[in-house]
Design a protein around this ligand. Structure first.
Ligand code: GDP
Ligand code: MG
Length: 165
């Protein structure tokens, strides 16, 4: 059985992608899911939740000393809108997920990326994606630690989407 966080460097690589509360509030859930789905990545985890402060603190632990940290945690957890948490699987999905999101600061995000197409400022950049295999493992475990929350499944068109050579 493969671990819930997948196997980096293979077609079973997995990443954690989230639609943040501003993305949910602005009606962008379906667009963000569609981009990953149409490309051929496989959805193996999906939930709607208002994260606890503990979850947001842990998720963004590496930023805890930053001046914007309290505001960032409040934005994610205040319940004005929920977060969509997802796990997507496929070749190079960690790196390509970040490319699809675009630069952290939307003023530097290119057209065709999610942030470059839909948002303007770093404090409201509508989406999250794991930045490395280590982050993906940590974040998938944090957001999808419960039994049965990740689903291993075979798509009927897998052989038409991923070839091993
Ligand atoms: P990401 O991995 O591209 O999301 O970027 P980081 O891990 O560097 O930062 C995490 C999140 O913190 C970003 O997506 C923003 O929501 C927020 N953030 C980062 N830098 C700033 C900043 O300078 N100001 C504000 N208000 N938020 C920031
Ligand atoms: Mg980050």
């Amino acid at each position: 059985a493969i671990p819930i966080h997948g196997v980096p460097g293979t077609s079973k690589e997995r990443t954690f992608i989230a639609v943040k509360p501003d993305g949910v509030q602005r009606g962008l859930i379906s667009d963000i899911i569609a981009r990953f789905e149409r490309r051929g990545y496989k959805l193996v985890g999906l939930k709607l939740l208002v994260p606890s402060k503990a979850l947001a603190n842990e998720h963004y632990a590496d930023l805890s000393k930053k001046p914007f940290f309290a505001g960032l945690v409040d934005y994610m957890t205040n319940g004005k809108a929920p977060v969509i948490g997802m796990v997507w699987e496929g070749p190079a999905v960690i790196k390509q997920g970040r490319v699809m999101l675009g630069a952290t600061d939307p003023t530097a995000a290119g057209p065709g990326t999610i942030r470059g197409d839909y948002c303007l400022t770093i404090g409201r950049n509508i989406c999250h994606g794991s930045d490395s295999a280590e982050s993906a493992e940590k974040e998938i475990g944090l957001w999808f630690g419960g039994k049965g929350e990740i689903v291993n499944w075979t798509a009927n068109n897998d052989e038409w989407v991923v070839s091993d050579n």
